[in-house]
Write a protein that binds this ligand. Structure first.
Ligand SMILES: O=C[C@H](O)[C@H](O)[C@H](O)COP(=O)(O)O
Length: 219
């Protein structure tokens, strides 16, 4: 089975957690796009959606769903998103699509965070996927130098700014032995908007689609 079919299976499984009449937080990326396709087909009568990116907002609206600001919705019962890497503790690397900051805000505001991945995203140690760090433009070089001191190799994501208008540094070669400590250290560098490590707010439920079937794990 190809990766796209696995993503669709993970999305179908995540859909089973969607409740009519409630708010729904929706993440960003190719796996989430499958989830939005499922929403578009089933047309649940939601209270409304909160979106983590302009791209997701556009897709949700095209599928007929109302998208409101998080400020309007308040805390959410459910947030569904993908990830670039996940470990056994359901800690994640996110931000391959650059939506990390809004994703982390919505995850923080949600009671239940479901993460959907295909089996290729599972790792023992986080960090093989370059760790995205969104930075304030004037702090870009300063933050990069601090990341080098931490043993990383930051690369500016070319021709890219986030929905918040900021650049992203993709940090290679980091040994993330303690994800919570690493998240705190990087977030403490002045000029960092968000690091794409989700260790302080890991997923609550992980849906892994593999060739042998879909597995659901909870923390
Ligand atoms: O910024 C993007 C998000 O963190 C995505 O959830 C992540 O990059 C995974 O995306 P995909 O489902 O396309 O692999």
């Amino acid at each position: 089975m190809d990766q796209d079919a696995l993503k669709r299976q993970a999305a179908e499984t995540a859909y089973q957690h969607v409740r009519e009449g409630e708010w729904l937080g929706v993440g960003t990326g190719s796996t989430v796009n499958h989830f939005i396709d499922v929403l578009a087909e089933r047309q649940p009568s939601l209270q409304g959606c909160v979106s983590s990116s302009e791209a997701t907002t556009e897709r949700l609206k095209a599928a007929g769903f109302e998208v409101v600001e998080l400020n309007t919705a308040g805390d959410l019962p459910l947030y569904v998103d993908g990830a670039d890497e996940v470990n056994a503790h359901l800690e994640l690397i996110k931000g391959g699509g650059g939506a990390l900051t809004r994703e982390k805000i919505i995850a923080g505001a949600s009671r239940h965070f479901i993460c959907m991945v295909d089996e290729s995203k599972q790792v023992e140690l986080l960090g093989r996927f370059p760790l995205p760090v969104e930075v304030i433009p004037m702090a870009r070089s300063f933050v990069a130098r601090q990341l080098v001191k931490m043993g990383g190799k930051p690369e500016l994501r070319e021709n890219f700014t986030t929905d918040n208008g900021n650049p992203v540094l993709d940090v290679h070669n980091l040994e993330i032995l303690n994800p919570i400590e690493m998240e705190d250290r990087i977030n403490a560098i002045p000029g960092v908007v968000t690091v794409g490590l989700f260790a302080r707010r890991p997923a609550d439920t992980l849906i892994v689609a593999a060739a042998g079937g879909v597995e659901t794990r909870t923390r």
